[in-house]
Design a protein around this ligand. Structure first.
Ligand SMILES: CC(C)(COP(=O)(O)OP(=O)(O)OC[C@H]1O[C@@H](n2cnc3c(N)ncnc32)[C@H](O)[C@@H]1OP(=O)(O)O)[C@@H](O)C(=O)NCCC(=O)NCCS
Length: 134
């Protein structure tokens, strides 16, 4: 694996969550706003692990809600770097709905978030830097 592929592999982020009542909408399934918050958190962690500096979300691209997620469900969020630009990168975040009996997972929600590496003055900086020791 080359250095770039290794960085992408190391940036992969997984978070498992239980869907509590406060995470749901009036029909008892995962509230879209909650899902977006979780996805933003995973995108932030994924981008930070890749760039190893402060990052901010610059855009949330198309998010597809494919399968409703019921209260009490186990979900796993998986973040991956799918594009590396100069000062920005794109993360894909998937929310997998897990069958607690079999462990089988199916894709429930997917979105793409663009993140920008910034310095202390909130100015964009390269996502890959010599100083990061790469
Ligand atoms: C992120 C921010 C610093 C970028 O500033 P900017 O003046 O747009 O910077 P630039 O035009 O130089 O663009 C920087 C990078 O972001 C990308 N970018 C800018 N707007 C984008 C958008 N809407 N969607 C995707 N990428 C975008 C550019 O293509 C560029 O990428 P590259 O260097 O890899 O080619 C600025 O927009 C900002 O502060 N936004 C608010 C961030 C925020 O508060 N997020 C929520 C909390 S985390």
């Amino acid at each position: 694996m080359d250095n770039h592929s290794e960085r992408i592999a190391r940036a992969r982020t997984r978070i498992t969550k239980l869907v509590f009542p406060q995470d749901t909408n009036p029909i008892g399934t995962l509230y879209g706003g909650t899902a977006l918050k979780w996805m933003d958190e995973v995108a932030f962690l994924t981008a930070t692990r890749f760039a190893r500096c402060q990052v901010v979300t610059v855009s949330m691209d198309r998010v597809d809600f494919k399968v409703p997620i019921p209260q009490g469900a186990i979900v796993e969020l998986v973040g991956d770097v799918t594009r590396v630009g100069n000062t920005s990168l794109t993360t894909r975040v998937q929310i997998m709905l897990e069958d607690s009996g079999s462990g089988e997972q199916k894709l429930a929600i997917e979105g793409h978030l663009a993140m920008v590496a910034v310095d202390d003055a909130m100015e964009p900086i390269p996502v890959v830097r010599e100083a990061a020791g790469e």
